[in-house]
Every structure is written in structure tokens, then in C-alpha cells.
Design a protein around this ligand. Structure first.
Ligand code: GLC
Length: 572
């Protein structure tokens, strides 16, 4: 039976706070003197899609105990935190992003006891765990919605967004507005029981919650407290721009055109979102242990992204930069502009410049050219792990996992664990642990097919190979952790003198730095680096290069196709 959130949270509060104190993970002191920089300003956060990471009981679906089994792998890789996508009870129309109970674990993923064990085992290894909080909408099977839809006078009626039908120009009653859902079709569904429409920016099975209602707000705050008391170190906030709608309900003169469907002035980023976000932030800030909010914060411009941090950086600590992740091809000029923007127009807040997640094509597929794929994967890894701010690594990215060809997915039968085919299935295939059948993911039949590429790209083979992509990630993460410039240094914009090559540096206040040079083309390129502020630095050594670099170079250098070169320097 699905339990009521508020009651459960209150009931467990005393027990939970007695069991879970502040995380045992110490906030590391910065090597540059920024001793109080919270852990998340330079963390590597590893995103796990639990359904596909490790199946511990042979049912073909990954689970929490599976994640626990793989913590040593994550520790060795060097990650600071994991973000688990939803594992709540759910009818799975959107694989967990349709939540039927916010304070429980779906049986297919395990139990609350499994969650508690996972968090404790992660802490022992210095790894924090973030929960994916789906706050814009619940499942239509959530008891709140079941109550809300029961009658117009139900106390939960106003916890969702209801509206009477509105006559169109011909006088025929229909949806209140012509707004579209992000997943296609009208954003309104008529509920025959009460004769009103409810609003859903995603699927009809994902009715939007009404954040204007104080009771709903309190219940959602209690959900956050529940997970914090159960050891979460914060949240990835799902779909944050959509919490409020323009209740003047304007018609869209061009519903399929103009701004993208998910970025209309009436459905995204309304001013009232700010106090709501400050409310969420104050909950995590009151918890010990530097808890954090990582936001799925879709925006149109860098100025909009700056606002998501809050006027006093008192809202979402880490809004993901979708302007950067939206770049579809390697282009040094475009990436330089995006990074420079993030550095100069976010008021100094830590950027979250990432490539891959469970909603978008994997970076190895997106940027690979079929000839230099291995080298390109090294280059994108170097970007993620050398820019300032928080790094997001999507599971398997460190192995070079690619999207499953769509044709392979068409053959997978639908069933109870896969009710609908999803165009995001290709980037959600099982983690490639080994080259054996089932890829070490499951002894049963995996819910999505294993990518045939697992035969060559898998953790077992790559961990044993110092020249593998895994080893490259491992070394980069270790460097980022130990090198003061890469860990906490400022961003230094540079000119490479070549539109195919991206160059920038990271530098400490004491003048220790690392120059990063990335050839984004399939041809050899020459660079002439310029734009150093102050005195020209002196090269010390090459700290990492692929292909291997003979000598460190801070000004003129010849680079192989897609070459990556990191050179340490000092300014005196
Ligand atoms: C977010 C999630 C996505 C989900 C959607 C609706 O965009 O990342 O996977 O489908 O929200 O919850």
C-alpha cells in the first residue's frame, strides 16, 4: 500500500534523526586557501540510472543493492557523490519520474533498509548520495491525485492544477488553453469524474502539482526532510522551471513555434519560482553536512541561468548549464563562448558544464566521428574534468559507452517492466561491467538490451589497461583532486590563435597554473597561445597529454587531431 508522505515523514522523524547524523564525509580544505569552499564546488558527481546499473537479484532490473555492490568501483574511479535517478514506487510511464510515493523505494529497486545500507556504505567510502526529487508533478496513481480527482471539494483538489473547459471560437467546450505538453499533445486532460481539465507539462500520467497551495508545499518540504534524515546529501531537482504557470491562462498565438515548448513565457521560469526555490534551499541549508541542490534548470539564455542561482546565490546551488550541454558538435569557438559566458556572467558561482545524462544522446555517440572516437572521448573527458565547477559524469561515460542503435531497441518486447518504448532508451542501456552475456549487469534478461559494444568497452577490460579511457578518467579525476589549480583555481580565458583549438588555463592565487589545450578537429593544428594576464608564465612540465607530448609548450605547439594537452606552469 502506498503511504501518505506527511504522516510517514512525521512518524519517522525521531527515529531517523537519531540514526542519521551529519555525513561522515569531511568537506575537504582547499589547497588554495579557499578553506571553506564546500565540497560540491569542485566535486565529481556520478549519475546512476539505477534500473541499468547493477542487478543484484537476477530480475533484469538494476537495484539499490546493486549500486552498493559497485561502490568500490566508484571509489576507485574517484567520484565524490552519486546522483540516483528515481527509485520511488511508480507505474513507470516515465520510469520513475512519475512518482506514486515520495517516501519509499519501489520493490523492484529494494527497500528503505537497502537505501539506508547503501548510504552508510557510501559514506564509509567518502561518497555522498543525492536523491532525484521530482517536484513539478506526481504520478496520476499517487494517492494525492487519486483524492484530488475524486471530487471538486476534496481537500486535495487544489494540490493539482484544475480548470473548467473553455469554449473555442465556435462555442465548443475544450481545453482551457492551446498549450502543448513537452512530450507532445495538449498539456490538458479532461477528467470525466468532475468534468474539469488537469494540467500536465509532461505525460497525462504526470499531473502537475500546485505549488501555490501551502499544504502541498509543506508536504513536499517534508519529503525533502525525510530523505535528508535518511542520509541524503541533497537533491537533483527535476524540471525546476515548471512549478508555476501563468494563471491568466493566455492563449499561445503560435503553440508549436516561437520559444521551444518547454520555455514559453507562460509555462517556465515564472517569477514566483524564486521564493519557492529559496524555501527548498533553506531546508537543505538547515541540515548539517553542506547538502546541495543540483538543478535541472532549462533556460534560454545565460542571463536566465544566472537568475536560477538566486539574486544572492540563495536558490539552486548548482543549476546545470543546458546551453553548454546543448552544443551538438565539437566547435572550439562555440565552446569557448559558452565557457567564457559561464565564467563571466554567473556572478562567480560554480558552473555545471556537462555533456551527457539519461535524457540525451551519450557524448561518445554525439561527438564521435567513427574514426577518432577513442581520442574524442578523451577530449570531452578532459573538458568535463578541467573546467571550473562541478563535473557530472553519466554512468558508463568513463568506459566510452555509446547509444544503442535504435534498430536494436525495436526488437525488445514491451511488458510490465517496459510499458512504453522511449526515445531515450538508447542512452539507458545496462552498464558494461564485463564482456560476457549480460555484461555483468544481470544474470537474468536485462530490461533493455546490452549494447554489443560491451564486448570491447567494459569495466573489467578497461580497469586492467593503463591506456584505456577508464584509466584516462581515473587519472584526470585524481589530478583534479590533487592539483590545486585544477581543484580550485580561477579560470583564465586565453586565445589559441586557431579557431579549431580551445585553450584556457586554471590558476591559483599564488600563480600556479595548468594550461589546457584541446584540438577540436580531425587535422593537425598549430597554436599560438596569447592573452595571458600579467607576466607570461613559465612551463614546468606536461602533466597529462594524449597523444603523448614530447615537451611542454605554453605558446607555440603543434597538435595531433583531437589532441589534449595539460601543461603545468608558474607565473614567476
Ligand atoms: C526531467 C527528467 C526526465 C523526465 C522529465 C519528467 O526532464 O530528466 O527524464 O522525463 O523530467 O519528469
Amino acid at each position: 500500500m502506498v503511504k501518505s508522505v506527511a504522516g510517514l515523514a512525521l512518524g519517522l522523524a525521531a527515529l531517523a534523526s537519531a540514526t542519521f547524523g551529519p555525513p561522515a564525509v569531511a568537506a575537504p580544505a582547499s589547497a588554495t586557501g579557499a578553506a571553506h569552499a564546500p565540497w560540491w564546488t569542485h566535486a565529481v558527481i556520478y549519475e546512476i540510472y539505477p534500473r541499468s546499473f547493477q542487478d543484484s537479484n537476477g530480475d533484469g532490473v538494476g537495484d539499490l543493492n546493486g549500486v552498493t555492490q559497485r561502490l568500490d568501483y566508484l571509489k576507485r574511479l574517484g567520484v565524490d557523490a552519486i546522483w540516483l535517478t528515481p527509485f520511488y514506487p511508480s507505474p513507470n510511464y516515465d520510469f520513475g519520474y512519475d512518482v506514486a510515493d515520495y517516501t519509499n523505494v519501489a520493490p523492484e529497486y529494494g527497500t528503505m533498509a537497502d537505501w539506508d545500507r547503501l548510504v552508510a556504505a557510501a559514506r564509509k567510502r567518502g561518497i555522498r548520495v543525492l536523491v532525484d526529487f521530482v517536484l513539478n508533478h506526481s504520478s496520476s496513481e499517487h494517492p494525492w491525485f487519486q483524492q484530488s480527482r475524486a471530487s471538486r471539494t476534496n481537500p486535495k483538489r487544489d494540490w493539482y492544477v484544475w480548470h473548467d473547459p473553455v469554449p473555442d471560437a465556435r462555442g465548443v467546450a475544450g481545453p482551457p488553453t492551446n498549450w502543448q505538453s513537452i512530450f507532445g499533445g495538449s498539456a490538458w486532460t479532461l477528467d470525466p469524474t468532475t468534468g474539469q481539465y488537469y494540467y500536465h507539462i509532461f505525460l497525462p500520467q504526470q499531473p502537475d502539482l500546485n505549488w501555490r497551495n501551502p499544504g502541498l508545499r509543506k508536504a513536499m518540504h517534508d519529503v525533502m526532510r525525510f530523505w535528508l534524515r535518511h542520509g541524503a546529501s541533497g537533491f537533483r531537482l527535476d524540471a525546476t522551471p515548471y512549478l508555476l504557470e501563468d494563471t491568466a491562462w493566455p492563449q499561445d498565438p503560435d503553440p508549436a513555434g516561437g520559444a521551444p515548448v518547454g520555455l514559453k513565457p507562460y509555462n517556465a521560469g515564472l517569477p514566483g519560482n524564486h521564493p519557492i526555490m529559496r524555501g527548498l534551499r533553506s531546508i537543505v541549508d538547515r541540515f548539517p553536512g553542506d547538502c546541495v541542490l543540483l538543478g535541472e534548470s532549462n533556460i534560454a539564455t545565460i542571463a536566465d541561468l544566472a537568475k536560477v542561482y538566486g539574486a544572492h546565490q540563495d536558490e539552486i546551488n548548482l543549476p546545470m548549464d543546458f546551453l553548454y550541454s546543448g552544443v551538438q558538435k565539437l566547435d572550439a569557438v562555440v565552446f569557448k563562448a559558452r565557457i567564457d559566458d559561464a565564467e563571466t556572467r554567473l556572478n562567480g558561482a560554480p558552473p555545471v558544464l556537462f555533456f551527457s545524462n539519461h535524457d540525451s544522446s551519450r557524448q561518445a555517440t554525439r561527438f564521435g566521428d567513427g574514426v577518432h572516437d577513442a581520442q574524442i572521448a578523451r577530449l570531452t573527458a578532459a573538458m568535463t574534468l578541467t573546467v571550473r565547477g562541478t563535473a557530472l559524469v553519466y554512468y558508463g561515460e568513463e568506459l566510452g559507452m555509446t547509444d544503442l542503435p535504435k534498430a536494436a531497441l525495436a526488437t525488445v518486447p514491451l511488458g510490465p517492466t517496459r510499458k512504453v518504448a522511449d526515445n531515450r532508451d538508447p542512452e539507458r542501456t545496462p552498464m558494461q561491467w564485463t564482456g560476457a552475456a549480460g555484461a555483468g549487469f544481470s544474470t537474468g534478461t536485462p530490461w533493455l538490451p546490452v549494447n554489443p559494444a560491451a564486448a570491447a568497452s567494459n569495466a573489467a577490460a578497461e580497469r586492467a589497461d593503463p591506456g584505456s579511457l577508464y584509466s584516462w578518467y581515473h587519472d584526470l579525476i585524481a589530478l583534479r583532486r590533487t592539483n590545486p589549480a585544477l581543484r580550485n583555481g580561477a579560470y583564465v580565458p586565453l586565445e589559441s590563435g586557431n579557431p579549431k583549438v580551445l585553450a584556457f588555463a586554471r590558476q591559483t592565487a599564488k600563480g600556479q597554473g595548468v594550461l589546457i589545450v584541446l584540438n577540436m578537429s580531425d587535422a593537425p593544428q598549430h597554436v599560438h597561445i596569447a592573452g595571458w594576464p600579467g607576466r607570461a608564465p613559465v612551463a614546468v612540465r606536461t602533466v597529462l597529454a594524449s597523444p603523448a607530448a614530447a615537451a611542454p609548450g605554453l605558446t607555440d605547439a603543434q597538435l595531433a587531431p583531437f589532441a589534449v594537452r595539460l601543461t603545468a606552469y608558474v607565473t614567476d
